[in-house]
Design a protein around this ligand. Structure first.
Ligand code: IPE
Ligand code: IPE
Ligand code: MG
Length: 247
């Protein structure tokens, strides 16, 4: 089995999972958040280097405030509860997205867990929270425009590599595999730039049902894919953009 270097997961379907059981959506979110630990551990054990989880999108701020505050509290709980396990498994936590809009408590828990795990060398676990790919691209463009205006950058120097360095994901390679649960066949504003050559895997399973077995199924499917990056099958694979060293 080929283990992808970078796996990104759109963890979708918590609400439907709860609804199917006649329970409120929050019940699905609770179950969904407890599904994260075994997946993180197994991904690390298999040798995945980067695991990026879509936890909360920029558009999710439009949900009812009660659901938002529960999601934020669940995130905070996870960040505190999992510190020990993250340390034991040598997992380094990072975040992408507009984290400054998180409630103070959640932001503090996130910053503390990031700082605590900063020196771990195993899996890099990235939480995409308050994340939107279009917003990320606009932010990059804004910074580039400022750099051009201040004279540190010439417009002709802007290329894919420079652009990559201005994205939230500057310290990671692009995802090799993007998994989405719950049967929806879309990216919902997730890693739009970075997914140019990602393999996409969609499963009907709802996120609370996404077990280690399901992760294996996704990796097996990934192993069967032939990645060509625009070339022919006989040519050597092009060298992909390397991840920049962590800041
Ligand atoms: C994914 O589950 C979690 C978040 C988006 C925060 P949903 O809450 O989107 O569940 P469904 O898609 O409505 O079933
Ligand atoms: C995508 O799921 C965001 C996360 C999983 C965090 P959504 O449930 O928000 O996406 P749509 O609305 O179905 O596209
Ligand atoms: Mg959804």
């Amino acid at each position: 089995m080929t283990v992808p270097q970078h796996v990104a997961i759109i963890m979708d379907g918590n609400g439907r999972w709860a609804k199917l059981r006649g329970r409120p959506r929050i019940y699905g979110h609770i179950r969904g958040s407890s599904q994260v630990r075994p997946i993180v551990r197994e991904a690390g054990r298999l040798g995945v280097k980067f695991l990026t989880l879509y936890c909360f999108s920029a558009e999710n701020w439009g949900r009812p405030s009660g659901e938002i505050s529960i999601l934020m509290r669940l995130l905070e709980k996870y960040l505190v509860r999992e510190r020990k396990t993250l340390m034991e498994n040598d997992v380094r936590l990072t975040a992408i997205g507009d984290i400054s809009s998180l409630p103070q408590h959640t932001l503090e828990a996130l910053r503390e867990t990031i700082a605590l795990t900063a020196r771990n060398n195993g899996l890099t676990l990235t939480f995409a929270v308050s994340y939107g790919a279009r917003q990320e691209i606009i932010e990059a463009v804004r910074t580039l425009a400022q750099e051009v205006r201040s004279g540190v950058l010439h417009p002709g120097q802007i290329n894919e590599e420079i652009f990559h360095k201005h994205l939230f994901t500057k310290t990671m390679p692009d995802p090799d595999l993007i998994i989405r649960t719950s049967g929806e066949i879309r990216l919902s504003n997730f890693l739009l730039w970075q997914s140019a050559y990602s393999e996409l895997y969609f499963t009907e399973k709802l996120w609370p049902e996404f077990s280690i077995q399901e992760l294996y199924l996704a990796f097996e499917e990934f192993s069967r894919r032939k990645r060509r990056f625009g070339l022919t099958e006989d040519q050597p694979q092009p060298k992909l953009l390397e991840a920049n060293p962590p800041l």
